[in-house]
Design a protein around this ligand. Sequence first.
Ligand code: ZN
Length: 457
Amino acid sequence: MKRVIVYHAKKHPSIATMLLVAGAVLLLAICGYVLVRPILGGQDGGTLALSPHELMVRNNVVSYPTLGKEKADALIKEYASKQSDTFVDSIKNGSYDPRNKLIVEYTLLHRGQRTTTVLFTKQERRANQPTMLSHHTMSVDLEAQKEMAATDLFKPDVDAGSSVGMLLYDYFKQEAPDSLTPAQFFALLQLKPEHMHGVWLDSSALRFTVNPQNLPASDGQRSFAVNRSLLADVLKPEYATDDPGEGKPPAVEYAITAKPRPGDTIDPNQKMLALTFDDGPGSLTARVLDALKRVRAHGTFFVIGQQVPGKADVIRRMVNEGSEVGNHSWSHPSLPSLPPERLQQEIGDTQRAIQNVADGYTPTQMRPPYGAVNEAVTAYLHSQGLKVALWNVDTEDWRYRDAALMYDRIMGAAADGRVILLHDIHPTSVEAAERAIPDLVAQGYQLVTMSQLERHR
Ligand code: ZN
């Protein structure tokens, strides 16, 4: 397993040549040059003075592992050789000094079926200079047989930083419970894959460290291990599943094994409002979810039942990302005009459609189309465990298809406890929401779901 680079050594030295080495080193110290070719070459038996360059190389001890995978091993060896070459280049213009020495050691952090990660620790000793110590984490994909950078782990079109940041938020909330709102946290964190260092995969988690300048309320670098299963939407499929194996993973400060529960982080003393989106899910709904996710905000989507089966993924995203899914009937009729059986179908079929696509998730909020209810409808909804969810700000976005006007209306109507009605089927409304969501959060609003607003207001 373990290899040590000793340049020009084609054979293992015999005891006799080992003794010669000892003698040579002694001579070296005394004379500044030495006749050591037999030790290093081992075959020709002659004696030749080495050039200063060769003497310097002789002094380095570079260890590296071999994995039994040809291309992967070549990559690792290339890295190891490069360390030695670079070190020699850095000292070759000076005169020979036996104190110049490079020592590279390694630890196998993880060796799985799919990936392997090696931690190299490099000590560079130069005469009359303090020893320089540095680390390099090298990860190799054993199937593709190539080195992996942090960005290779993530799907190319996802906001990995926000997803990882969301999972870290609760840990910082525990450290500094009163000092940070989610908005402040995101403003400070702005976590991007390039802010994560030494990113690698152990058997079950994504490992990385984050420097203090990218962390709130922190005086030092922090190490994290986030379960791969929590990052299934952002890791490439080949890296999202566990990869058991051997290795010596270091201790980690924060092990994140569960998603924060939606609503855990609502501060009842801060202002909050509910954005609600009716008549979807549609082709634009994912953009609203993206905008909410970027700032760890939540909304409520009152969906039309007959559109649910074709949009299973987007319904699941709503649930998984902590937004609320509400019932908006199967086909959008005015409920008071319906005979009882039709009313039951409109409501019940929609509940079942949502349950079917979202692992049994059962809505508890119903927004009647046009806000139309009568006593019979209200009584029926209550009997089905559904609350009547109306609104107090109507943007009339279906009438005015103007993103700038809608943005102004949302921002102008924002106040603690408000429920704002929008439709995620109009491009102008979605554009306005994309602008308003981060701006509301920046103004200190917690964007909560209907049910959360009811609990806290
Ligand atoms: Zn509607």
